[in-house]
Write a protein that binds this ligand. Structure first.
Ligand code: APR
Length: 278
């Protein structure tokens, strides 16, 4: 038996093999890595899908390049494009998806160790995933601060400004206020880095709805042990998937994939009940 076979922990490299593995005693700690693709069925565009992605639809903002809308240097000079977008993306208008409910179901069944998300829409929290299990690696709209004096800015005033498409200005120093979203050029929150070593104890990594193009988030996939199966639930193959013996990919809408997994695990009714509740 060569060492590759010895490393394979899944009976079959497909959802059946994953479901069997989840039911076995070998699978206790499941880690999630999520991206914008898990919120597209909620009506929130992702970033890089060719026609529907946000970056293909920002022409009206007359940006030098699409990512400028989330660039801190650009924002300091001109925060208007971001606030035009924030008005359209403002949380509170969207309902979590079946995939968000699946993450909550994993938590309810004590499988979920940590959900690392790149999304800023707070839909994981809204779906009822316990806050202490969520790492919002790129921040979120939940809070906001002045970019000059760092003073906090009231949540209700922020909601008002975004709703009325007005620029929130710091009550103390008249500087621009920005939601605590991680812009290009800013560092990720400390809790992202302090949680990395837990990934070494992962028994299963599920990556969903992300192009795995933005680092350091994307590099999380390399931290899990060779013996930890990695499951990709995404429309297209990304992140060099298949380079490891225990890689499984399921290339379809993630809501369909999570339903399939729950079907195989006998969790479909519980999944639907959770989602009906959101
Ligand atoms: N089901 C499964 N996959 C989907 C679905 C869906 N319903 N919809 C879209 N996808 C896939 C796309 O095919 C793509 O591979 O999700 C991925 C989304 O990739 P991106 O648009 O690049 O989004 P994401 O990976 O989250 O972007 C990362 O880029 O701009 C920054 O900070 C921003 O957090 C964001 C980061």
């Amino acid at each position: 038996v060569d060492d590759d076979d010895a490393l394979q922990v899944l009976e079959t490299l497909d959802l059946h093999g994953i479901a069997k593995y989840i039911k076995s005693d070998a699978c206790k700690n499941i880690f999630i890595m999520a991206g914008a693709g898990i919120s597209t069925s909620a009506g929130i565009p992702d970033f890089r899908s060719p026609d529907t992605g946000l970056y293909a639809n920002l022409a009206r903002l007359k940006l030098p390049y699409p990512e400028a809308v989330f660039d801190i240097t650009f924002f300091r000079n001109n925060p208007k494009p971001f606030y035009t977008l924030a008005h359209e993306l403002a949380p509170g208008k969207f309902r979590p998806t079946l995939t968000h409910s699946f993450i909550r179901l994993l938590a309810e069944k004590n499988y979920l160790h940590t959900c690392f998300t790149q999304n800023i829409d707070t839909l994981e929290r809204r779906a009822g995933v316990p806050a202490d299990k969520i790492i919002e690696a790129h921040g979120s709209f939940a809070t906001q601060h002045c970019i000059k004096c760092k003073a906090e800015y009231p949540d209700d005033e922020m909601r008002e400004k975004i709703k009325n498409q007005e620029l929130p200005i710091c009550n103390k120093c008249k500087g621009y206020v920005k939601p605590d979203i991680v812009f290009f050029g800013e560092g990720l929150p400390d809790e992202f880095f302090s949680s990395l070593e837990h990934l070494r104890s992962a028994d299963l990594l599920i990556v969903m709805g992300t192009s795995l193009t933005v680092h350091p988030f994307a590099s999380l996939t390399e931290i899990v042990d060779e013996s930890c199966p990695r499951l990709l639930l995404n429309l297209d193959l990304v992140g060099g998937w298949g380079s490891r013996t225990n890689d499984v990919s399921c290339l379809m809408p993630c809501d369909d994939a999570v339903r399939k997994i729950c079907e195989l695990l006998g969790w479909e009714e519980e999944l639907d009940a959770l989602w009906a509740d959101t």
